[in-house]
Design a protein around this ligand. Structure first.
Ligand SMILES: [Ca+2]
Ligand SMILES: [Ca+2]
Length: 383
């Protein structure tokens, strides 16, 4: 009795000893109960209570700490190894990513206990085809250290302790910078120095498909740097697709300024050219990745613009273009105001004598479209 109630190290053995002693010495039947909390594995300490109720005919004379109507109880406290069930999930804001696009991953992490998790690290590896655009972190309690680097291929967040019930999120915006074969795959993991009884939920992976994209590009060069009214010259337009995908429904459009009249046009194979005197369109149902071709336009300057002559060509596609800045091209040429200015001087006589009077007719000519004022005059000249 004294041993049982005074020390309960090794509950089963103590009980057995106690029961055996009662059987042997008193020849009575004892009832007892012992309860270990079901959450024992999840607690840092566990309290065990053992109680024995002797038959009414037995008088318990033991002076243990807890005796109620003959019931002798004892309690001990045992250490349990701390454990914390950390978990992490990941959700992408899109199901398809295209080169040049940005989208968001939301990582949710938390500790469902029972212990506080120490030295927690959350590591997100962006995966091929993605770099970090921007990111932020939130936590429901405590502090989190998070220093994302723009352009990096991953992020890491740390916290010294993550309490039972504490959760947080990482919001990670990425830019798709290339199109890996297959898919865009991103994995996040959470670790701690505190044992995790359920490791299966400590990583999460998001996989999304890679969408088609095509970087179309266009340039335009005139065969002259300056023009005169009536002159003809060429524009050479280059059309390219730097991929990675074929460009669907590619269309090149060049609306000529009113001072130009289209004389003729020719396009490389793969482009279907349609022309009028004022504009051209060149189309392709699918322009393959790597395509490079030209469109050559012969135009005539029918009048002079107020300033320089500007002509812009553009290309579009129904396939997303990660680099839209090179989808238009402009050529500017000057139009010389006096290049063709003519002047003639004709005398009214072919021979003269001293004292005779005759005329010079001087003609200045400005051809159509010149910026100079028309000036034509007759000047009488006396010698
Ligand atoms: Ca876990
Ligand atoms: Ca482009």
């Amino acid at each position: 009795m004294t041993k049982f109630c005074g020390s309960v190290e090794g509950h089963v053995l103590s009980l057995s000893t106690f029961v055996a002693r009662l059987f042997l010495a008193l020849l009575v039947v004892l009832g007892f109960s012992m309860a270990i909390p079901s959450t024992a594995v999840a607690q840092t300490t566990v309290t065990n209570v053992v109680s024995i109720t002797p038959p009414a005919t037995i008088v318990n004379t033991n002076a243990c700490g807890s005796v109620t109507s003959g019931v002798c109880s004892a309690t001990d406290l045992d250490d349990v190894t701390p454990s914390a069930n950390l978990g992490v999930t990941k959700v992408a804001s899109v199901t398809t990513g295209t080169v040049g696009s940005t989208f968001t991953y939301v990582v949710t992490f938390g500790n469902t206990g029972p212990s506080t998790a120490n030295s927690v690290t959350i590591t997100d590896v962006l995966g091929a085809g993605m770099v970090l655009y921007t990111a932020s972190a939130q936590i429901s309690a405590g502090t989190i250290t998070f220093n994302p680097v723009v352009g990096a291929t991953g992020v890491t967040a740390t916290t010294a302790t993550l309490g039972n019930g504490v959760s947080g999120t990482l919001t990670i915006v990425v830019t798709v910078n290339s199109a890996p074969a297959g898919s865009l795959t991103n994995t996040v993991g959470i670790t701690s120095t505190t044992p995790d009884p359920t490791p299966g939920n400590n990583t999460a992976t998001s996989t999304i498909s890679v969408g088609a994209s095509a970087n179309l590009g266009i340039t335009k060069v005139a065969s002259v740097t300056s023009g005169t009214v009536g002159a003809t010259f060429n524009y050479v337009i280059t059309v390219g697709n730097a991929g990675p995908s074929a460009a669907a429904n590619a269309t090149v459009t060049d609306v000529l300024p009113t001072q130009l009249t289209l004389i003729s046009g020719v396009a490389s194979a793969g482009l279907t050219l349609q022309t009028s005197t004022t504009q051209i369109t060149a189309t392709a149902a699918s322009l393959a990745s790597g395509f490079a071709g030209t469109i050559t336009l012969t135009v005539q300057l029918n009048s002079a613009p107020a300033g320089s002559l500007t002509n812009t060509v553009g290309i579009t596609s129904t396939t997303p273009d990660p680099t839209p800045g090179n989808n238009t091209a402009t050529s500017t040429i000057s139009v010389g105001a006096s290049a063709d200015l003519g002047i003639t001087k004709v005398a009214s006589v072919t021979s003269g004598t001293v004292g005779a009077t005759f005329n010079y007719v001087i003609t200045t000519e400005q051809r159509p479209g010149r910026l100079l004022d028309q000036h034509r005059g007759h000047h009488q000249h006396h010698t």
